[in-house]
Design a protein around this ligand. Structure first.
Ligand code: CP
Length: 320
């Protein structure tokens, strides 16, 4: 695997899930793969889970992880090509990336969408430069449009808790005070569409995700109707993806608190499990009652971030 970006990069999902459960049962069984190998974990944005789980996965595999916080530990980096560099950004990605690549064997990059220029974000302009100029395998640790390590961890969690061969999984939009990227819902939709589940997206009008991520999903604008009979409820906010109206890209179109997932919503489900990638705004996205209930999977879901990262890094190490 030269890069980990889309669901198709992991290949057969059944095989990947089997490997994930095997790695989870035997986390230190592949330490020989990472001996004398280094992973550089580069953050342009904040993180708790991704930062810790990627390091833990690398350590489990016997690797040395190095974390770099761009603009804090390093110079601020210019990401646009062809600009006069007279701002506070002292170094260009064009030099920084090959330098980073020369110090490691694998690179993980977190670089959120700016939410102002849809073309720049949806072309994955920053991640693609890492792939092109580093000469090393690159993992998206949430880039502008995708968060594949999260979606893989979510799929592992569903696999561990499903009670039927083809569970109903509902991803519902929920309100948030700030404009958030679409990376998590894009990847969750992409992975659920590829998995053997009955997948429904519940959202207000105008929040349609890019169709390249939602092929096969059912879109429902009535949240309660969508949630009926659900086995898993995956709550997430996202800002306007700008699909139907590009001028609204990155905007907040609704703060309707009626979409906050609470006991009333969960009551129409099939005693569903609640999921969220975290960090979560309590009583905006989900009520205390639901996230604190025994049906909440948010902690095991976060724990599985180590497993998903470890499978991806393991596969990359096997190909070095
Ligand atoms: N879910 C997730 O990616 O969490 P962090 O932003 O804390 O890494």
């Amino acid at each position: 695997m030269k890069s980990f970006f889309n669901a198709e990069d992991i290949g057969d999902l059944g095989k990947a899930l089997k490997e994930a459960l095997e790695v989870k049962a035997n986390p230190f069984g592949y330490q020989h793969l990472g001996k004398n190998r280094t992973i550089m974990i580069v953050f342009f944005n904040s993180s708790l889970r991704t930062r810790l789980s990627t390091q833990k996965a690398a350590l489990n595999l016997g690797m040395s992880p190095i974390v770099l916080n761009i603009g804090q530990d390093s110079w601020k980096l210019e990401t646009e090509l062809g600009v006069v560099m007279d701002s506070d950004k002292s170094e260009h990605l064009r030099e920084a990336i090959p330098v980073i690549g020369s110090y490691c064997d694998i690179i993980g990059v977190r670089s959120f969408a700016g939410l102002t220029d849809r073309e720049f974000d949806y072309n994955e302009t920053i991640l693609k430069q890492f792939i092109e100029y580093s000469g090393k395998p690159v993992i998206s640790l949430e880039s502008a449009t995708v968060h594949p390590c999260q979606a893989f961890a979510d799929l592992i969690t569903i696999e561990e808790h499903r009670k039927s061969a083809r569970p109903k999984v509902v991803m519902t939009w929920a309100p948030h005070p700030k404009a958030l990227p679409q990376a998590v819902p894009n990847s969750f939709a992409q992975w659920m569409c590829a998995a053997d589940v009955d997948f429904v997206i519940a959202q207000p009008e105008g929040y349609e995700l890019d169709p390249k991520f939602t092929k096969g999903a059912k879109i429902e604008y009535d949240q309660m109707k969508a949630l009926e009979g659900a086995d898993f409820v995956y709550a997430k906010n996202w800002s306007c993806p700008g699909v139907t109206d590009p001028s609204k890209y990155g905007q907040i179109l609704s703060k309707d608190m009626g979409w906050t997932v609470d006991a009333r919503h969960m009551a129409v489900t099939n005693d569903a499990y609640f999921m969220h990638c975290l960090p979560v705004r309590r009583n905006m996205i989900v009520s205390d009652e639901v996230i604190d209930s025994p049906r909440s999977l948010v902690i095991p879901e976060a724990a599985n971030r180590v497993v998903s990262a470890q499978v991806v890094i393991k596969r990359m190490l096997e190909e070095l």
